[in-house]
Design a protein around this ligand. Structure first.
Ligand code: S3P
Length: 435
């Protein structure tokens, strides 16, 4: 078992290179495999989750060659996939299983999707329901909508679907299935959630109708099928969800100056920056090409004293993956932070509300768990502790950062899981610790 052993450190002065965005890497491999022709993907995140997607697309008949770190040539199938000879192993990746289900729902064969222990506990009913309404057949072998999933695809009919949860994975699964259905498929999201599928499908030549958000933030996205993707080259920017760990570390440690070039700045993902700025952080952004399909730029953070805040409502989908590290920021801030409307955290790679609250308390923080979030009384000094990460990459990394502020040693056990989204996190942590 691998551990992170962390102690407190001085101000962080560094330029940190952030690896490719996980959400966009998954989509780049899937969309290039769906397209007609050859695409070159650069900046691809070679993490376990994204490589699960690459292997899945290979097992469906796409030719994907690894050229050099982060670069893949993909010979697309034009949407004519072949039946996978064996089960498709999605590993730890909910994105792989849910988006792929949308594609497989339309294929004229039966396939079986499996995952690790964590993925096998995650709810798939949210994609099974709409995709079944479109005409696909699913068996959730784990019972109660849980994996393994058997998908029997075929001719789909379009639907108009009002999503009960603001989930980009559900939205994407339906839109991907809609590419194969004759007529207009539409989804209404209850609050804006990451829009990489919309942006990247358009890049790959798909015509989409993007509605305006109403006063409650509800938005309609529609496409008329059938439509085929065209191959194209795509450069994946750095993952703001990975940058988030250093954003918090540098924001909360006075005297720090950290720059991170080439980070994705899609407005459906930059909530972490707005929340930290509201907490008093000094963060500036130099956009590279704000009009690119996926905007990116350089982020510069200067350390300061953070203050508590309230995080909730429509902001939650924008910071959903950053809430564990924001909770750590809250423990380091002066005053109270309330995180609410974040019940989705209970069905991530682990129950992130319980994991974060338990670990913060073990380090001496004052945290009250609520059904849909937590209340953190900041400013109590943190002390080192021996912590579990519950096979959850973001819990492991969030608490490695907490350890940089604690008195004594913090040990996080079972940190192999960081390889699912940020394989080089440990190397960067070592450089930060050695200063
Ligand atoms: C993702 C969507 C989010 C996010 C996950 C990646 C995506 O999940 O938490 O890490 O790439 O579409 P939900 O769709 O379940 O909110």
């Amino acid at each position: 078992m691998k551990i992170f052993a962390v102690h407190s450190c001085g101000p962080i002065e560094a330029e940190i290179m952030i690896p490719g965005d996980k959400s966009m890497s998954h989509r780049s491999a899937m969309f290039a495999a769906l397209a007609e022709g050859r695409s070159t993907i650069t900046g691809f995140l070679e993490s376990e989750d994204c490589l699960s997607t690459v292997n899945a697309m290979r097992s469906l008949g796409a030719t994907i060659d690894h050229v050099t770190t982060g670069t893949f040539f993909v010979e697309g199938t034009g949407g004519n996939f072949t039946r996978p000879a064996v089960d498709v192993d999605c590993g730890n990746s909910g994105t792989t299983m849910r988006l792929l289900s949308g594609i497989l729902a339309a294929q004229p064969f039966r396939s079986r999707l499996t995952g690790d222990a964590s993925l096998s506990k995650r709810p798939m009913g949210r994609i099974i329901k709409p995709l079944s309404e479109m005409g696909a057949r699913f068996i959730a072998e784990g019972g109660d909508g849980k994996p393994p999933l058997v998908v029997e695809g075929g001719n789909l009919r379009p639907i108009s679907y009002q999503m009960p949860v603001a989930s980009a994975q559900v939205k994407s699964a339906i839109l991907l299935a809609g590419l194969f259905a004759e007529g207009e498929t539409s989804v209404i999201e209850p609050a804006a959630c990451r829009d990489h599928t919309e942006r990247m499908l358009q890049e790959f030549g798909i015509h989409l109708e993007l509605g305006e958000a109403d006063s409650q933030g509800r938005r309609r996205i529609a496409l008329t099928g059938p439509q085929k993707l065209k191959a194209r080259d795509f450069a994946v920017p750095g993952d703001i969800s990975s940058a988030a760990f250093w954003l918090v570390a540098a924001s909360a440690k006075q005297g720090s100056v950290v720059t991170m070039p080439g980070v994705g700045l899609n407005p459906t993902r930059t909530g972490i920056i707005s929340v930290l700025q509201r907490m008093g952080a000094t963060i500036s952004i130099s956009p590279v090409d704000p009009n690119a399909a996926e905007p990116l730029g350089l982020i510069r953070v200067v350390g300061s004293q953070l203050q508590g805040t309230v995080i909730g409502g429509a902001e939650i989908p924008n910071v959903i993956d950053e809430l564990p590290i924001l909770a750590v920021a809250a423990a380091l801030a002066r005053g109270t932070t309330i995180i609410r409307d974040a019940k989705e955290l209970r069905v991530k790679e682990t129950d992130r509300i319980a994991a974060v609250a338990g670990n913060l308390r073990a380090m001496g923080a004052n945290v009250t768990e609520t059904e849909d979030g937590m209340v953190i009384e900041g400013g109590h000094p943190l002390h080192g502790a021996r912590l579990q990460c519950f096979h959850d990459h973001r819990i492991a990394m969030a608490f490695a950062v907490a350890g940089l502020f604690a008195d004594g040693e913090t040990v996080i056990e079972g940190v192999e899981c960081v390889a699912t989204s940020y394989p080089t996190f440990g190397v960067t942590l070592e450089t930060v610790l050695s200063r």
